[in-house]
Design a protein around this ligand. Structure first.
Ligand code: AP5
Length: 190
């Protein structure tokens, strides 16, 4: 199985590149942000709990997202592999993901981190904010909070995979096609 963690700060292009990757490698896309927004639009109790935190740009509790991923892995038995987009976002989530996969005899193949500088991230998210309808894209203060959450809680997840020899960074600035070509070169080595 091919199990990729696509990593990077808010607006780095994880969702955009995932769309190309799922087609090329026949993978299931698991985006915790998308799953949470689905819960919000369905008006579930989990969605109500998550909405307040997401609108403020802060992470939802580990146990909530770990439970969601566990359910999705069970629901997609027999998949060719997965792209984890926006997950794991804490070391506790990374450890839980390793445990979930190893209980099925699987493992993470590698983490690919998209490198994009903060000024470009803010520009992309504010530009998208007008059309996306995402409350967390509309306001520079909330975007700043999302980046702070990334720096304080998520960036260290890269070290977790570096220690396992599973980390590669890719320049996330350029055309979507060029970035995809560079990601594919890494995936083809797994
Ligand atoms: P989530 O939905 O994961 O949002 P995010 O990480 O902030 O990432 P984005 O979706 O905004 O960016 P992206 O990297 O996917 O970039 P995209 O391709 O969209 O999380 C939202 C919230 O949910 C979190 O704040 C948290 O509250 C909660 N949450 C989610 N997962 C969680 C977890 N595991 N634990 C706890 N809480 C969790 O691109 C962005 C824009 O840039 C687009 O407009 C795109 O068209 C454009 N773009 C893409 N590539 C390029 C390029 N090469 N050049 C120019 N523009 C580009």
């Amino acid at each position: 199985m091919l199990n990729l963690v696509l990593f990077g700060p808010p607006g780095a292009g994880k969702g955009t590149q995932s769309q190309n990757l799922i087609e090329k490698y026949n993978l299931v896309h698991l985006s915790t942000g998308d799953i949470l927004r689905g819960e919000i639009s369905n008006g579930t109790a989990l969605g109500l709990e998550a909405k307040k935190l997401m609108d403020e740009g802060v992470l939802v509790p580990d146990e909530v997202v770990i439970g969601m991923i566990s359910n999705k892995l069970d629901a997609n038995k027999g998949a060719n592999g997965f792209i984890f987009d926006g997950f794991p976002r804490t070391v506790a989530q990374a450890e839980a993901l390793d445990n979930l996969l190893s209980s099925k005899g699987e493992a993470i193949s590698g983490m690919i981190a998209l490198e994009v500088e903060p000024v470009e991230l803010e520009k992309r998210l504010l530009l998208r904010g007008k059309d996306s309808g995402r409350p967390d894209d509309q306001n520079p203060e909330i975007i700043k909070k999302r980046v702070e959450e990334y720096n304080s809680k998520t960036a260290q997840v890269a070290s977790y995979y570096k220690e396992q020899g599973k980390f590669t960074s890719v320049n996330g600035i350029g055309t979507i096609e060029d970035i995809f070509t560079n990601i594919s070169k890494v995936v083809d080595t797994y």
